[in-house]
Design a protein around this ligand. Sequence first.
Ligand code: SF4
Length: 360
Amino acid sequence: MSNMQQDINNTQVAAANKETKVQPEDRKVMVEVENLSTYFKVGRRQFLKAVDNVSFKIFKGETFGLVGESGCGKTTAGRTILRLYEPTGGKIYYDGKDMSQVSSKAEMKAFRKSAQMIFQDPYASLDPRMTVDDIIFEGLDVHFPHLSDKEKHDRISQLLMKVGLNSEHGARFPHELSGGQRQRIGIARALAVEPDFIVCDEPISALDVSIQAQIVNLLTKLQEEMDITYLFISHDLSMVKHISDRIGVMYLGSLAEVTTNQRLYSKPMHPYTQALISAIPIPDPDLKGSLGRVVLEGEVPSPINTPPGCKFAGRCSYCFDRCRKETPELQQVDEDHYVACHLYDDPEHLPAELVASWRE
Ligand code: SF4
């Protein structure tokens, strides 16, 4: 068996373990966003609604996947949760504390230590003029000033080994490393300050497929060893499946559906989620479900002038009158399953072929 195949198989094993990792009765909320909005001013009176009235919870020790097409607002949501962007409205609760109101330097410093980020492009996020040692040293210097330089360097060596490198990599510059090694440095830098929560912003999309599986396995292993909670942002539903416990699907700044990993792939309820899942290549046609490939027609509307009603109406083949007038709210339709779609309060509009595609 090739190394690549082994990596992919290992990833699948990790995914299978996901089902049982956080038991529903033991769940403690780590991050909660309530009606979160992030708007950017464009022109004199217009706003780009990158994140628009979004609410969800992330439980301690789990991986919450946030997926959607490019430009749907998932990265902005992640950055707003970390207060890298200021929220326009709504609340961000972190470990029970309202972080949207915090402004004191001491509290923000403690938050920055506890909540870290791994960036999409490992090359752009590392200073090319600094060695790996210096890059990781910075965080230790800010958050662990009581440690001696020797203790900090010992920690750096341990961190490099933890992420699958060795202490010799500490003397290298980012351009002397491969893409996968650079992403491991990005992970080591985030881990250096001993975080409880990490926003992983498309951490594998710039890497080769075989390296992607290695990085996903590394993140899973570190989560188990260090009890870290992840928000895993990706446009790739097939990769999110391998690492997430629960998944939120975003469309044009809003959440279309939130549910468990298992339910999202066996019983996708929102027409947009169904279209995304139908696009994942599956080698066995019997497992494709009765809907087959759902091809989305039409253009994504502008996030500046969003039309009234459901944002997906222009591309939805099940759209009916109410959809163009009324914005659907995210509502609970089953245990751990939330959907923003009028089909589920108007069952007479629920098409039989959509229900037939569900696999329990
Ligand atoms: Fe389609 Fe209407 Fe549901 Fe929107 S609310 S996804 S337009 S059926």
